[in-house]
Design a protein around this ligand. Structure first.
Ligand code: PEP
Length: 253
């Protein structure tokens, strides 16, 4: 059975771009990608720039994402942001469990799961990140790590809910390092992720799941990565901050 999965290219701006800079970047991207069809294009600016980008992309097909959310609805959680706040600003997607959050902000599989559940309950589409460190890869543990991250993140998530989930495979050693996984290395893990989803759910859920690759994706390597059968898009950091390079990624052939 072949399932058509629409490629999804998302720009994770991380802690870059003030609101006015974000507006300029989004405006430049819109001009460059406006005629692109059959691609889901997503921008994930920092929280403080969500409104500016929301206003800028309003009349386009580009979707807005936040880089995180908190799992409670509201209350005394200083510094956190709720799903409702994101929805009111027009967010459609939310990135969850990025390795920088796991590495610097104490994110665990359990908190990833809480955020994921909250996103699904509130109607946001989660992009859930998994990926191994260099040590884990070199000691032959990549598959085991990813299997554990998937199982933890997807606890109590139903097959129906999985239709709204995107998984991003982001090897930690490839993020922001200029070292990309080879298409073969990436494909092996993407295939492994799909097999795990099949084991946790069923054939149809696995076949429909979109799995993005992330880790130093550039206009030079995007086509060979996207040509792999289980790679359905890219989650892009550095190259998403320049309109020309992000547009080139969106337009990969
Ligand atoms: C990311 O942060 O999700 C990422 C993949 O970064 P970069 O493209 O810069 O490696």
């Amino acid at each position: 059975m072949t399932t058509k999965r629409i490629p999804i290219i998302a720009g994770n701006w991380k802690m870059n771009k003030t609101a006015s800079e974000a507006r300029d970047l989004a405006t430049a991207i819109i001009l460059l990608v406006k005629n692109v069809k059959n691609r889901d294009v997503v921008l994930a600016p920092p929280f403080t720039s969500l409104q500016a980008v929301a206003e800028t992309i309003k009349k386009t097909d580009i979707a807005l994402a936040s880089q995180n959310l908190y799992w409670e609805d509201k209350g005394a959680y200083t510094g956190e942001i709720s799903a409702e706040m994101l929805l009111e600003l027009g967010c459609k997607y939310v990135i969850i469990g990025h390795s920088e959050r796991r590495q610097y902000f104490g994110e665990t599989d359990e908190t990833v799961n809480k955020r994921l559940r909250q996103a699904l309950n509130k109607g946001l589409l989660p992009i859930v990140c998994v990926g191994e460190t260099l040590d884990e890869r070199e000691s032959g543990k990549a598959n085991q790590v990813i299997k554990g991250q998937l199982k933890g993140a997807l606890k109590d998530v139903t097959a129906a809910e999985m239709e709204r989930v995107v998984v991003a495979y982001e090897p930690v050693w490839a993020i922001g390092t200029g070292k990309t996984a080879t298409p073969k290395q990436a494909q092996e893990i993407h295939q492994f992720i799909r097999a795990n989803i099949k084991a946790l759910y069923d054939d149809a859920t696995a076949a429909a799941l979109r799995i993005q690759y992330g880790g130093s994706v550039t206009p030079d390597n995007v086509s060979t990565l996207m040509a792999m059968p289980d790679i359905d898009g890219a989650l892009v950091g550095g190259a998403s901050l320049k309109p020309e390079s992000f547009a080139a990624l969106v337009k990969f052939t």
